[in-house]
Design a protein around this ligand. Sequence first.
Ligand SMILES: [Zn+2]
Length: 487
Amino acid sequence: MLEFEDTESGKIHRFYVVDSHHHIGSDVDGHNNRNPVAPGGTFDFYVKVGGRLSQLFSDKPDIFRFSPHGFLNECVRNNEKWKDTLEGTWAVDQTVVFPFNDDFKWREGDEGNAIYWRSNDNISRWVTRAPYSLRLIGFGRVVPTEGKLAINELHRMVETLGLRGLKVHPRSDGWSSIIVSPEVKNILVEAAKLNVPVLFDTRGFGQVMDIYEVTNMARSELQSMDKALVTNLKVIMAHIGFHLGHNELFTVLSHPNIYGDISGVHDAGVPRLFEEAKELLQPNLGRYRNWSEKILFGTDYNYFDVPHAVQFISYVLSKNFPGTPEDAQRILGSNVLKLVPPFKRETKTTFTKVHVPIDLAELTERALAKQVAVLVSNESYDISGIDFFIDPHPNYQVRPRDFKITISRRENNHQEDINLIVISVLDILTIARLDNNMMNSSPIKNRILRYDDAISRRSFYEKLWPKNLETNPQKMSDFIKSITQTR
Ligand SMILES: [Zn+2]
C-alpha cells in the first residue's frame, strides 16, 4: 500500500494498488516468469518499482512509503518466512496473474483436456498457497474455438481451481479472424453466469471493434435469458493505450460491460490517454458514471518492465493527473477488485458470527492473525485467498479494514475451505464464517459492503446484524478457535 504522509498535518493518504495484467509461466516466444519469487520474478519486479517510486517521490514535501496494512501486516509479522519473501514488495498490493502461451500448456496424451489445462493448474498452484495467496489473484486461459472443451475448462478453473477470471488471446492462439462467433459469445455468456471477468488481448483496432460486437451479442443473449446476469458480463480490453488516435475507442469503453487496461502505455501516451478519456469518454457516460471507473492499471510484466509501471503510477499520483485522488484509487486498484469476485470454491461450513465493540477490534484482529499463523504452521492448512473490500472515498480515506480470508485444510485428496469475513459496520467489528448462501450473496460476489436498502443486500445484513456484543477476550479467543475448526 502506498502512503503519503503530510508532514505538517500528520495526515496519511493511502492508495491500494492492484496490477491487473501480469503473467506467470513460460511462453513459447521466450518470455517467462516461472517462479514469482525468483530473481527477475514478480516480487523482485515490485521491489524495483517501489525503489524507483521512492527515489522519484524523495524530493516531495510528503513522506512517501509503502508497507502491508492492517491484518495482512499482522499475518506476515507472525511468519518469518513470509516476511522475508515479501520484504520490500508492497508498492503493489495484489496482482492478477494468468498464463503465457506456455510451452507446457498441453502434451501428447492430454487429448480430451482443454489446451491450457496444465497452465491453469499451474496458476492455481501458485495463487492458492501462502504467502503468494496473500498477493496473487489467478485467472485461467482457454481457447474459445475449442467449444465444449473450453466451456468445461472455464467451469473447472472457477469451481475447482478457485480462479477468478479468464484471459483470452485471439492473436497468440490463432483465432483473430473469428472473434465475432458463437463460440466466443458462448464463452462470454458462460463467464457471466460464473460472474468472472474476461480479459482480451487486443492487437489492431479491428479487434477492439470485433470484441465490442461479440460483447453485444453476449449481452443480448443474457438479457433474454435472465436480466440479473447482464451486469455479470465484464469484458476487459487489454492495452487500450495502443489504440489512441481511434476516437471510437471511447465509445467502446462507454459500453456498460466494457473496461480497459492500460498495460503498455508509456511516455507521452500516459497524459494523452487521460486527457482523451476525460474529454471523450466522460460525455458518453452521462452524469452518474465516471470516466475513471473504466480504466485499470496493469503492467503486463514481463512484456513491459519497471519504467512503464513507474511512469504510470507516478503520473496518476502527480499534480498533472486530471482527476481526483478518488479517481486515482479507482484506476490503481478499486476498479479491478470490483470486477473480480473474492476467492471461492464449494464450501460445506455453516454460518456463525460474533461481534465486538470497535475499541476491541485491533486486539481481536491480532488474535485472529495469531490463530491463522498457528494453523498454517501445520502442513495441512493453508491460506487460499485474502480479499479486501476497498471503496475509494473522497479525502483519501482508504482503509482496508474489511476483508474475507479463506483458510483451507487439505487431507489426502479431500479439501475443506473456511471463509471468514471481518467487517466493521458502525462501531462494531463482526467476524463471521460464511456458508454457501452468504458466499453467493451480492455484497460478497460484487465486493460492495456499503449498506443500502437493496433487497439482496438487506438479507445479507440481516444475517450479520448483531444481537449482542462479546467483550470478554477469553471468550473471543475461544470463538476464533472454534470458527477456524474444520470437521
Ligand atoms: Zn499480456
